[in-house]
Design a protein around this ligand. Sequence first.
Ligand code: CAA
Length: 696
Amino acid sequence: MGHVMAEYVGYRARDGVAVLEIDNPPVNALSQAVRQALLRAFERASDDTSVHAIVLIGTGRAFSAGADIREFDQPSAEPSLPELCDALEASTKPVVACLHGAALGGGYELALAAHGRLALAGTRIGFPEINLGLLPGAGGTQRFPRVAGIDAAVELMLSGKPVTLKEPMEHSFVDGLVEGDLLSAGIALAHALREDPLKPTKDRREAFADGMAYQAAIARARSSVSSHPTRAAAAIVDCLEAASLLPFRAGLALERDLFLELRETNEAAALRHAFLAVREAVKPREGLPAGRAIQKVGLIGGGLMGAGIAVTCLDAGCSVQLLEKSADAAVTARTRVEGIYDRAIARGRLTEAARNARLARLNCTANLPDIARCELVLECVDEDAALKTRLLSDAGAVMASDAILASNTSYSDIDMLAKASGRPDRFVGLHFFAPAHVQALVEVGVGSDTAPEVEATAMAFATALGKKPIRVTATEGLLANRLLAAYRLAADGCLARGATPYEVDEAMRAYGFGIGPYESFDLSGLDISAAFRASYAELRGGRRFDIADLLCQEGRLGQKTGRGFYIYDDAKDPRRGREDDALLAMIDAERERRGYEAQSLKPYAIQEACLLAMMNEGGRLLDEGIAERAGDIDVVMIFGFGFPRHRGGPMKAAELSGLLRHLRRLEDLARRDPFWTPSETLREAVKNGNRFSAVL
Ligand code: CAA
């Protein structure tokens, strides 16, 4: 038996079978070094006359998560994954791929090029390429429909979602599922294939036999992707169509061409950035001590926010003491939590039994001492600094001295609240986004006195809740609200120049946001941010054209009052707004009063103004040391406010469209309004290769 542990790929040969073991933690991404090592090991097995079959397996938690995403920004390097796949496929010795954990993208494509596939039950396979603006570029679009049929190919490749392999196996994604010893099963299959080979994937054409059905599936897929934000979706459909129309090699060549083309697109660069930026953002700072696990959570306030956070905590297995101001309010809070679970049951997302088990861990109370034994207490009442201060001080007085007190504030001064809590070192901001049981983002506001262990515990707590925590040096408004305020100021600027709120919303939806800034305003309530809007505009010296203020004076606070920027009077759907001519007249009058001249604004001008404002505010948050990385700004905007992921967030989008151009435009705008004064970070980035990351 020969056994050599080489870097990246282990090699051992026994009883006529060579076992090639991919070893590139954490997820066996197929970087150039891995591909090279795999090819060498494969050639060695091919040349070894004592070897008759080859088994491919992975170490650690996954067979392979596919191509190395970090490599896509560099020129492609030999050997390419398609070359490697071709070599495996052409092998005269049978090759068996043994999958476990996850086999995604290029990882699964490698397996598709093998002559047989086995997987441990529970393995996830899938084609996440579309999430990166790519198509499966290592033969997947040609081999997978041959193995699994067109419907499965369309489903997996266009959704990007992995499927978990389990019994009963109603598909042919692998040739068998294994419960116990995967390697032994793989070796056994390799021996068996020597005697009795399966039909090579490239020669399988059963899926194309019913040409009409195949074409119909392609036509359905094509119409479903017509408004997809990236070009990848249509390219995937083209490749799947080619699988049935073209000879195998020609199909592969088309797939490769389209893959290389997509790789260079801005969408793909933006989506790669989003993938990596969020993983970077949620990592605790280096050097922090380990955080403590939190089991017993106290919540102060059971309104919409409190109920959503309660559900999040219960779902994650914590017990929750929810403190309200009166016994009646405690009952209402419980009903609110139950309502969220009931809706989940109605949608088939939760069982009665699971709901009951979760609710058994919830105690809604009006009795302050009930929170005394909680390890972390989070205040989540309305944005009223005086109320928050009083509640935090009351809570601090009854809690254990080493317990953590937190506030869900998005506007108040964290240091001021920390002082009120009586334990500034054990105080931290935990800003959830509404609805808290749905939205992934949590801003962890670290105050001047917050102890490192408390910061670490807060990050770990949010992660344990399944959220994406972003560390923010606490200031009023944290990151998210500053960015939002800048966005709104820019949008208001468009109104001042002549656009209507409806045009602004439409332009931003066309840019890729799910809803426009004024629709979102109506959703969250115009009054909530009123004080912050004013103080933000003052901070930035921005000229205010705040129609929301005028609407507030009239009691038009958004959806909750039936009127805001839109009118909500659809009996069937109270959330559906319609445009309001009276509001347009009000805006005209306001413009006139201020002596502004109305002009018509193109959607591009609106989008540019909003992007510039967000990017520039991001730059200033970096200047001030409130944010740490440009990527954090992007993550906050994508996960907190629905900034289109395929544009990468405001910082990446600005990079991709050229920072120098944006700097010049800001300088020009700043001559008339200091709000647009370019950030230092932007100036530095322009000097340093047009990249924010180069100066941070
Ligand atoms: N390339 C490079 N790094 C990767 C990676 C990849 N394909 N997949 C994961 N990683 C890294 C992550 O960045 C992370 O790194 P850090 O620890 O430094 O932050 C680490 O691996 C662990 O990843 P997660 O935090 O995501 O761990 P998880 O257990 O939650 O999820 C996973 C594991 C399901 C594999 C998930 O990482 C994932 O979905 N990865 C992306 C898979 C993917 O998109 N593959 C397709 C690549 S494109 C392709 O293959 C093109 C082609 O056809 C040729």
